[in-house]
Design a protein around this ligand. Structure first.
Ligand code: HEM
Length: 476
């Protein structure tokens, strides 16, 4: 028995097979194993263990108390990340997402990322988000109420703002740059959603010589990102733009001769990771919301009534948010209901530690099962229904941050590895939802919605992605 197995002995879990452990019991047929992990949480409780391969132990945490203990109380001890073979091909140990929580470079990268995602000044994100609405609102209006799939419009608007914040440029949908970012995103997404084939490549990298194509996809994505990066860097060096962007912030930082310097890979990988994380998360969420509004027309009407009462016909501002509890509750419920990052990004124990009294040795991987926590029927009433009212009190006010329902929502994580894009994600979701519902009534393609809005039908990948659907934008 290995030493770590002995330390983890008190934690229950499904029986592991020799050599492969529980690997082949993980159902990856739909690209993300959260269903299987949630079933195991029902069988073994809020904290259970798995073994992936001969010796990699994984602890899966699902209950609220255990999640808080992991991410906040012992957040520093579990602030590591698992850098797997697939990720190493692209990131070469650089960037932000897969870097160990104790690294000084990680702290620097997180700081630079958070500053970039705030747009380097008050009101900047609102300004760019509203500027971007014009394009997709025109496209929706041009449909003349005919059925239309808005996925590409939303995706493109989301990408443009992030590109502006990172590269200082908005890439048009027909541009070579837009095409490259999209291809890199697709290749990385494909490699993450490859299920057991991907996990096997991480464990046994030599299988790339025997028909496992994931390595080739990641190598292609890496080459494309490198070419893209050197051209973007060159353009930034030659430009006299006023507005600050992440590339400029990184170059300025390096020019100040700090002890820690960012090399080319650090800057390339940080830029691409933010670009990727910043696009798919928000665009999938907004796309999902439009379908949900077709299934819950009374909620659509209530949000619109609030918009009429508080804003009328003028453009929305972020400051309106505090006067719009129903809209805020709808967006919180969107994050809970869709749970598009069902298993988060795995953490790693950087020292020996414990979770709710169970010892967890250094190097154990930790998976936070956000799906199980946010859909737990023993806590949430009717967890599979979309009910914004769960975030409102009896007088229709938004419940405070300390309310149990807010406490049980971990949409952006918590603690030292919390999402760096929460503020831009919230701003875009709020401003765009309000602008769309202020100007259009959303109606299904036919009499009733044809495509389910149930997140259990979403596809796996970097984040869960809702299926394609069409709707009618009826101008008001
Ligand atoms: C609805 C939108 C979003 C959701 C639900 C979401 C959710 C999450 C979650 C659950 C994590 C993992 C936290 C953990 O490991 O404990 C995360 C991490 C991260 N998110 Fe987001 N996110 C969203 C939008 C964004 C945006 C717009 C960006 C912008 C660039 C972003 C960038 C990142 C990055 C870089 C990390 C890794 C942080 C680290 O490893 O230290 N996310 N996000």
């Amino acid at each position: 028995m290995d030493k770590n197995a002995a330390v983890l002995a008190r934690i229950p879990g499904p029986k592991a097979w020799p050599i492969v452990g529980n690997l082949l019991q993980v159902d990856m047929s739909r690209g993300n194993p959260y269903r299987q992990f949630t079933q195991w949480a029902k069988d073994y409780g809020p904290i259970y263990k798995l073994r992936i391969g001969p010796s990699q132990w994984v602890v899966v945490v699902s209950g609220h108390d255990a999640i808080m203990d992991t991410l906040v109380v012992n957040g520093k001890s579990f602030s590591g990340r698992a850098s797997n073979y697939r990720d190493q091909i692209f990131s070469k140990g650089a960037g932000l997402i897969a870097v160990d929580g104790r690294s000084e470079k990680l702290k620097l990268s997180r700081r630079l990322a958070i500053q970039a995602m705030k747009g380097y000044g008050p009101g900047k994100i609102e300004h760019w988000a509203m500027e971007q609405t014009q394009e997709f609102m025109d496209a929706f209006r041009d449909t003349n109420g005919e059925p239309f799939d808005p996925r590409l419009e939303i995706h493109s608007a989301t990408m443009k703002i992030i590109s502006l914040l990172i590269f200082g440029e908005k890439f048009h949908r027909d541009s070579e740059e837009f095409d490259t970012i999209q291809k890199v995103l697709d290749l990385v997404n494909k490699s993450v959603g490859t299920g057991v084939h991907g996990l096997l490549l991480d464990l046994f990298p030599w299988i790339r010589h025997f028909g496992n194509t994931i390595y080739d996809d990641m190598a292609t994505a890496t080459d494309m990102s490198m070419t893209f990066w050197s051209k973007a860097l060159q353009r930034e060096l030659e430009s006299d733009r006023d507005d600050k962007c992440l590339i400029r912030a990184m170059l300025d930082y390096n020019s100040q001769q700090h002890a820690i310097q960012l090399n080319d890979d650090d800057m390339r990988v940080l830029s691409f990771q933010l670009q990727m994380a910043g696009i798919v998360t928000t665009s999938s969420s907004l796309y999902a919301l439009l379908n949900i509004m077709l299934h819950y027309p009374h909620i659509q009407d209530k949000v619109r009534d609030e918009i009429q009462e508080v804003i009328g016909d003028r453009p929305v501002h972020m400051s309106d948010q505090n006067n719009m509890p129903y809209t805020q509750a709808t967006l919180l419920e969107l994050l809970r209901y869709t749970s598009i990052t069902p298993l988060s990004i795995p953490h790693k124990a950087v020292v020996d530690s414990c979770i709710t009294g169970f010892s967890v040795p250094k190097d154990t991987l930790i998976i936070i099962n956000r799906w199980a926590a946010q859909k737990d029927g023993s806590f949430w009433e009717k967890p599979l229904s979309f009910i914004p009212e769960r975030f409102l009190d009896s007088e229709g006010n938004l419940v405070g941050n300390d309310h149990p329902n807010r406490q049980h929502l971990f949409a952006f994580g918590a603690g030292p590895r919390m999402c760096v894009g929460e503020s831009i994600a919230n701003a875009r979701l709020f401003l765009w939802t309000v602008t769309i519902l202020q100007q259009f009534k959303l109606k299904p393609e036919l009499e009733t919605p044809q495509v389910s809005c149930d997140p259990d039908f979403y596809k796996g990948g970097l984040v869960l992605s809702p299926p394609d659907f069409k709707l009618r934008f009826i101008p008001l």
